[in-house]
Design a binder for this molecule. Structure first.
Ligand SMILES: Nc1nc2c(c(=O)[nH]1)N[C@H]1C(S)=C(S)[C@@H](COP(=O)(O)O)O[C@H]1N2
Ligand SMILES: [Mo]
Length: 155
């Protein structure tokens, strides 16, 4: 992990050596409690798909359209009993991160923010991030599309 602020990435180069891991991550709750959540656990939660997603990079072009599938951030937070959160930090194991505000994911969204573990109906490969934050609305520099999620902090 590098030492820069994960919320202010300095480089847009793709990570050519995907970090180790099996897709599990740590949820740090508002009360400070930590729990490890595995991909099989996530697969028990309601599944949602969002089509026509693009990964838009200033540095290396646009890819897509993709259908990403997984659990919506809203369902995930409800399931884990965190109903009074205001902000999440989603941080990858390679030190890349993004913040999500509750107001962005509230209500019933047609194109929900996802903890995605499928791409076009197949499991996400390690190269593609294993478990990845998908923000369908982001169409500029892909800084919100966090691959290899390692920790989610509830604030
Ligand atoms: N964990 C992690 N996620 C990341 C990055 C990264 O370096 N590490 N780079 C971001 C940037 S800048 C881009 S352009 C996209 C690239 O996604 P792709 O590999 O699907 O093209 O991933 C985003 N998510
Ligand atoms: Mo990027």
């Amino acid at each position: 992990m590098h030492s820069e602020d994960p919320f202010r990435p300095h480089a847009h180069d793709p990570n050519l050596e995907p970090p180790a891991g099996d897709g599990s991550f740590v949820l740090r709750e508002r009360n400070g409690r930590m729990q490890t959540i595995t991909l099989p656990q996530l697969k028990q939660l309601p599944y949602a798909e969002v089509a026509d997603c693009f990964i838009v990079s200033t540095g290396h072009g646009t890819s897509g359209p993709f259908i990403f599938g997984g659990v919506s951030i809203a369902d995930f937070m409800i399931h884990f009993g965190e109903d009074e959160w205001s902000e999440l930090e989603v941080v990858s194991v390679d030190g890349f991160g993004n913040r999500i505000l509750a107001a962005e994911v509230g209500g019933r969204r047609k194109r929900p923010f996802l903890l995605a573990y499928t791409l076009n109906g197949q499991e996400l490969s390690r190269e593609a991030g294993l478990l990845r934050l998908i923000v369908p609305q982001e169409t500029d520099d892909a800084l919100r599309q966090v691959k290899w999620i390692g920790e989610i902090r509830v604030l």
